[in-house]
Design a binder for this molecule. Structure first.
Ligand code: PAF
Length: 298
């Protein structure tokens, strides 16, 4: 069935309330996939998962100005509503919420949600204010949709860590469901920003997934965190167009530092190896999570 397009908060609340009142008890849950649009197979996989788990799947498409810095790509962020609606309907979406900026922010926000510590590193330090913008809009969207479950891709692993912590700290009654990163056949992690890569940049960007695929061998060889970071940087710099924003290895999900003398194979919990690299004007992120088997796979 074609999803219903909704542009106001009042109408969305009305539709969801109506569903909840009439759904009965079998699969009466609401699944939510917040996005900034320009949907790709990664988003479609989140929508399909939500549709399989829940009775109602809500997608939001909103390019949130609050999470872009003054010199970032807010104005250039790719948009294609028709394409998004097509992908969303094929993936089992019931409601698509596409608000204007003035619907989400009718007046200047004087209230913000700030998650500390986990936002000190990686994208939090290279994009100051970004996670305040994300935490604030996600809180607003959670309050509007009141979903039982919300689905996020692990390509943005720091975002998942921040939102999961926020939900716990603020007792927001939603289950955060992390879902695997979806890649092209050659390994490039799907991202709405991939569309900006020139042919040669696209080719050289494969260094990210290629490097991440080698880290387990390097760790098994006895490397410490500083050694692994240096090895990763050396590998990435072999591609002349790659300009490293950050390359780091941290505990996950609290993103705390590892002792610099500790061989990483002796680390007890989950680790994240996270990269942000510019190719021309396009900044790409990717990561690999190493999770002890007894904790379970993401
Ligand atoms: O991951 C994104 O697309 C955005 O950060 C989100 C979660 C939709 C908030 O604007």
């Amino acid at each position: 069935m074609k999803p219903k397009i909704i542009r106001t908060i009042a109408e969305l609340r009305h539709e969801i309330n109506h569903y909840r009142l009439n759904a009965g008890t079998i699969k009466s849950t609401v699944g939510f996939v917040p996005t900034m649009g320009y949907l790709h197979e990664g988003h479609a996989s989140l929508l399909r998962r939500s549709a399989a788990d829940n009775g109602l799947t809500v997608l939001s498409i909103f390019v949130n100005p609050l999470q872009f810095g003054p010199n970032e790509d807010l104005d250039k962020y790719p948009r294609d509503e028709e394409h998004d609606i097509r992908i969303a309907s094929q993936a089992g979406t019931d409601l698509i919420f596409i608000p204007e900026v003035k619907e989400m922010y009718p007046q200047r926000n004087v209230t913000e949600v700030t998650v500390e510590e986990i936002t000190d590193r990686l994208c939090g330090s290279s994009r100051p204010g970004h996670f305040n913008g994300v935490a604030t809009v996600v809180t607003k969207l959670f309050n509007i949709v009141q979903p039982n479950r919300a689905y996020f891709g692990l390509k943005d692993a720091q975002q998942i860590a921040v939102i999961s912590r926020m939900v716990r700290d603020l007792n927001i009654p939603v289950e955060i469901v992390p879902c695997p990163t979806i890649r092209e056949n050659d390994g490039l992690a799907l991202s709405s920003r991939n569309v900006f890569l020139g042919q040669e940049e696209r080719r050289q960007a494969l260094v990210l997934s290629r490097t991440l695929s080698k880290v387990t061998d390097w760790i098994a060889g006895g490397m410490t965190a500083p050694q692994l970071i240096a090895q990763i940087a050396e590998e990435i710099r072999r591609e002349p167009l790659a300009d490293i924003d950050y390359a780091d290895v941290l505990n996950y999900p609290d993103l705390s530092l590892l002792p610099s003398q500790l061989p990483l194979q002796q680390a007890s919990g989950s680790l994240i190896i996270a990269l942000a690299v510019r190719f021309g004007k396009t900044r790409l992120i990717d990561n690999r999570l190493l999770i002890p088997v007894e904790v379970g796979e993401y």
